[in-house]
Design a protein around this ligand. Structure first.
Ligand code: HPA
Ligand code: ZN
Length: 337
């Protein structure tokens, strides 16, 4: 392992943008397909990997929703979540706030309780097993209707204590945040934190809508905010956290090459950017791989990397006292080098 990789790995950090369904590795997809007798259109793990070539977000989503078909039982959701936690425990990850997409499963006839039950139990067990604290964020699929999102929020009511927030994902273009204004208002009234994917493929106006109409607490991606000076200033002034995903941006052609990635400029402008993996099984890397790839492409130094790690805790929904504990751990790590 290079010195830089070892430094990043040892840095205490949180992951704030991770879709659990996107952590399902090809070998696990085969295992579950076999266990559940589900047909998948691939013969081998190599064939699956070869199919993971995307020109845009929709290309990816088409194959990602297909991959989720192997998830049927509470044990499947448990195993997927546990595998992710076990993997990132090696990477110095101390806290995670993870997404799941209930509609991807309930629309296939899997019960909401099966999905949440498996995930929430694995997260709870992971607090002891891996010493990783966690929060669960339920995402609405934005290509589906407002009515379907309301129905999903209603299904979540008995499980609210297992969730810290709601989010918005799936096909961004043509599905602006304002489509879900009333659902987000209701979720806020229910005491949930609010996040939304905005400015991944969508224009700066979608980021404005996420702020002004949805009243979100954190922006997922946010890359295209960089096209609008006034928006950047506003995000800086509000201390808004952006959950940036470099390898995802590369794989989905949001940037042509990592050397074009806006992360360093985001930090220079004072934006509270964080680094995350999004869908690691599909985009070729977990959180440390993302830090490392973008550090090498943009010549980030240790100060940049430490700032990204600090941002991951200050941008989390942890209570301030817990955030401070993690920030002290970062300073201890840096001073012990
Ligand atoms: N964008 C939108 N929807 C998603 C993503 C993403 O990056 N990953 C999983 N669902
Ligand atoms: Zn995402």
């Amino acid at each position: 392992m290079s010195e830089l990789a070892a430094f990043i790995r040892g840095l205490p950090k949180a992951e704030l943008h991770l879709h659990l369904e996107g952590s399902l590795e090809p070998h696990q997809m085969f295992e579950l397909a076999q266990r559940n007798n589900v047909d998948i259109p691939f013969e081998s793990v190599e064939e699956v990997r070869a199919a993971y070539q995307f020109n845009n977000l929709q290309d990816f989503l088409d194959i990602y929703y297909q991959g989720a078909n192997v998830l049927l039982t509470e044990q499947d959701f448990y195993d997927m979540t546990d595998a992710y936690l076990m993997r990132v425990a090696e990477d110095g990850v101390r806290h995670v706030e993870v997404f799941f997409d209930p509609q991807t499963h309930t629309d296939r006839g899997v019960e909401f309780s099966t999905v949440v039950g498996g995930i929430a139990t694995a997260l709870k067990d992971g607090r002891q097993r891996y010493d990783i604290s966690s929060g669960l964020i339920m995402c609405f699929l934005r290509h589906l209707s407002e009515e379907a999102a309301f129905e999903t929020l209603k299904q979540a009511e008995p499980y609210l204590e297992k969730m810290i927030g709601v989010g918005l994902d799936s096909s961004e273009l043509g599905h602006p945040p304002s489509k879900f204004a009333r659902v987000f208002e209701k979720a806020k009234d229910m005491g949930l934190n609010l996040v939304a994917h905005a400015g991944e493929e969508g224009p700066p106006s979608y980021v404005y809508e996420a702020l002004d109409v949805l009243k979100i607490d954190r922006v997922d991606h946010g890359n295209r905010a960089m096209e609008d000076e006034e928006l950047v200033r506003r995000l800086v002034d509000q201390g808004m956290t952006l959950t940036v995903c470099p390898l995802s941006n590369l794989k989905l052609c949001v940037v042509d090459q990592l050397t074009d990635h806006p992360l360093k400029e985001m930090l220079r402008r004072g934006l509270r950017a964080t680094v995350n993996s999004d869908d690691p099984a599909y985009f070729g890397g977990y959180v440390v791989d993302n830090y490392l790839a973008v550090a090498e492409a943009l010549a980030l130094d240790r100060d940049h990397l430490a700032q990204l790690a600090r941002n991951s805790f200050t941008g989390s929904f942890l209570p301030t006292s817990d955030q401070e504990k993690h920030l002290r751990e970062i300073e201890q790590y840096l001073s012990g080098l």
